[in-house]
Design a protein around this ligand. Structure first.
Ligand code: ZN
Length: 293
């Protein structure tokens, strides 16, 4: 009996030591597993907050300049912000298409030629970042044309038809509904170190070269690059940039494709994917086959 009692006492002593150690080990393992699985999120968060704080700089209006647009979505492919709508010679926006998030550019710190100019706020953060970065290279950009409603585009187009005749006007001015300016994410830009809004030679000027080389880093693409008139229908416009988001602009830049061609192909691809995945479509297919009442 005495020996048994001693054995039990010994065992409970052992348990008293082993149990906490085992618990500590389990906790340690759980901590490691948790930390490893959270690591990507943590890294992202750290990068994000670091980006925010290094942004610390302010523009001439005293507004903080974010390094990266808070609206930027890495899932750009699904286009949650409607940045990749097809607008070209063949496809028009409806007359009543008007973005819901239009804001005044000047009041958001963007330098412009005309105080009334507007744009979609989703594009403005990156536009500001780009203009701020350009200042480091002594280029002081401003916007001289941005959002145009269907009606305004109608007036603009008619003006150019009167000035140049229909054939020539069609090369540089879009018909109503066909202008990327109706998107609210397209901006015509020039720089104060350039000779104003005059277009001739802008692509050869240091400011024009800077834009062509750097705009993609901020989510912008040059819609009508050199030697693309046969495809886009418009003359080379080195001042006209459309915001498509950083994810998409990087791909367009790296592939070296004409933006409108890429956006159209992407649209076709996305629609085919949606059709594959939509149950309603599957049902209608089955109905056609006579399997459903
Ligand atoms: Zn333009």
């Amino acid at each position: 009996m005495k020996i048994q009692k001693q054995q039990i006492q010994k065992r409970s002593k052992k348990t008293a030591i082993i149990l906490p150690i085992a618990l500590l080990c389990i906790l340690f393992i759980l901590f490691i597993v948790g930390f490893v699985s959270l690591q990507p999120v943590l890294t992202k968060f750290t990068e994000y907050t670091a980006g925010q704080s290094s942004a610390g700089q302010r523009n001439q209006y005293g507004l903080a300049v974010p390094v990266r647009s808070p609206y930027e979505d890495e899932a750009w492919f699904s286009d949650p912000l409607g940045l990749l709508l097809v607008v070209d010679r063949n496809t028009a926006l409806s007359a009543d298409y008007e973005p819901l998030d239009l804001v005044n550019l000047e009041s958001h710190g963007v330098k412009t030629r005309h105080a009334h100019l507007q744009g979609r706020i989703v594009a403005i953060y990156d536009l500001l970042s780009m203009f701020e970065e350009a200042k480091k290279d002594s280029h002081f950009f401003y916007v001289f044309s941005s959002y145009r409603s269907y009606e305004t585009q109608k007036e603009t187009y008619n003006y150019w038809v009167q000035q140049l005749g229909k054939a020539e006007a069609d090369r540089s001015s879009a018909r109503p509904g066909h202008s990327e300016h109706q998107l609210g994410t397209t901006f015509d830009m020039s720089a104060t170190d350039y000779k104003g809004d005059v277009f001739d030679g802008f692509d050869k000027s240091p400011a024009g070269i800077w834009l062509a080389e750097n705009a993609w880093k901020y989510g912008f693409v040059m819609s009508y690059p050199e030697n693309s008139e046969a495809i886009t229908g418009y003359i080379h416009e080195p001042w006209h940039f459309r915001y498509v988001g950083r994810g998409c602009s990087k791909v367009i830049f790296e592939l070296g494709v004409i933006p409108s061609v890429f956006i159209r192909e992407l649209d076709v691809y996305r629609k085919s994917k949606q059709e594959e995945e939509t149950p309603a479509h599957a049902d209608s297919k089955l109905k056609v086959l006579g399997r459903l009442p």
